[in-house]
Design a protein around this ligand. Structure first.
Ligand SMILES: Nc1ncnc2c1ncn2[C@@H]1O[C@H](COP(=O)(O)OP(=O)(O)OP(=O)(O)O)[C@@H](O)[C@H]1O
Ligand SMILES: [Mg+2]
Length: 354
């Protein structure tokens, strides 16, 4: 029995190792859904993308941020097997783009940034047409099309002509289309562009729901904040180079080495700023017309002594709050080394008196 057990365990281990080697060449656990390594595309002398490394797992919602021409579409099209890289590797669930493109196409739903709809087709006909292309047959087809319309909240336009839909509705129809074959991976190229604020919120909620369903999603955008709160990972790409590629929380931590407080008092603001300037927890003070911005010393997170010091000096404390790091400014800091703090509040800066 023992011998059998040892023999079986060895076979089992070998099989597992083989699985790891074949299906997760770069993944020790074999759990990566998308893996790229040194992925590069050149057009003549231009690097459209240069050495892109990506590791995405099941349920990851990856925000791919970059300005025009950064290389977002190029990267997505390569992963979708619609474009060959100049060199480098890309795998979807362990399938190489070079040898198993067919398998990848089954696993991936790619929504391009622009797509046309046919003039003389109703919404439901449009979906059924694509479902047929995915070889979804019989009564199942209608059921699946209806389900997807419901997921994207477009069932009320079921019998409308596709070319009469608004931009936001067209985007949702596009998303329904890529969901038809129930792909494990979604590559969505700027699905939020051109949407009004309400449609944007609805689309973001939809993306969040799809992430919760366990799909691995890459979603591109020019604008960081619109993705920051729905994505768990972000990549920032500029001129083909990915300058940031990390968990959103790690990015925040990286840009936020010190806590900044906004302090408002209804008593003498200048006096309060001098007081805080001399406080042991404080590194730096900036005085504005209506508030004091206090940068705490490195590593200080507990700042309970600050309001106490103000109140003990008979200041009337109106408001004290920790400044949020906004991902837009994080983006600026990470790419250009500028200020990392929220830029919402503007005001003339006054020099504190010594
Ligand atoms: N077929 C092509 N021939 C030559 N250059 C190309 C081609 N396709 C893309 N490029 C170049 O590759 C770079 C990356 O383009 P890409 O479309 O991937 O950028 P993007 O990040 O998607 O930009 P956008 O936000 O404008 O959609 C750009 O400089 C672009 O001009
Ligand atoms: Mg693009």
């Amino acid at each position: 029995m023992d011998t059998f057990h040892t023999w079986w365990t060895t076979i089992d281990n070998r099989a597992e190792q083989r699985f790891r080697v074949e299906f997760g060449r770069f993944s020790l656990e074999g759990t990566l859904v998308i893996k790229t390594h040194d992925l590069t595309k050149k057009y003549g002398d231009l690097f459209a993308i240069h050495s892109i490394d990506l590791d995405l797992e099941e349920g990851d919602l990856f925000g791919f941020i970059g300005p025009n021409g950064a290389g977002k579409t190029t990267t997505m099209r390569i992963i979708a097997t619609l474009l060959n890289p100049t060199w480098g590797e890309a795998y979807v669930c362990g399938n190489s783009i070079y040898t198993r493109a067919k398998e990848i196409r089954r696993l991936v739903g790619y929504m391009p940034d622009f797509f046309g709809v046919y003039d003389d087709m109703k919404v439901i006909e449009y979906l059924e047409f694509f479902a047929a292309a995915y070889r979804i047959r019989g009564p199942k087809r209608q059921q699946i099309c209806n389900d997807k319309l419901e997921i994207v909240d477009l069932d009320f336009k079921r019998d409308a002509y596709a070319n009469t839909l608004s931009r936001g509705q067209t985007q949702r129809l596009g998303l329904a289309r890529v969901l038809l074959h129930d792909p494990q991976v979604l590559l969505l190229d700027e699905p939020l562009s051109g949407l009004d604020p309400r449609a944007r919120i609805e689309m973001r909620n939809l993306l969040r729901r799809l992430g919760q369903m366990g799909k691995t999603i890459i979603v591109s955008s020019h604008i960081l904040p619109e993705l920051a709160d729905i994505c768990n990972k972000i990549g920032i790409i500029d001129r083909g180079v990915m300058t940031v590629n990390a968990e959103v929380s790690a990015v925040l931590k990286q840009v936020r080495e010190r806590t900044v407080l906004h302090v408002r008092v209804t008593s003498d603001l200048k006096h309060a700023s001098q007081l805080l300037n001399n406080h042991k927890l404080v590194d730096e003070v900036e005085l504005f017309q209506d508030r004091i911005e206090v940068t705490l010393a490195a590593g200080i997170e507990d700042y309970g002594d600050i309001p106490i010091a103000l109140v003990e000096a008979w200041h009337r404390l109106q408001q004290i709050y920790e400044e949020e790091v906004n991902l837009e400014s994080a983006f600026m800091a990470l790419t250009k080394g500028t200020d990392t703090r929220t830029q919402g509040e503007k005001g003339e800066r006054l020099e504190p008196e010594e």
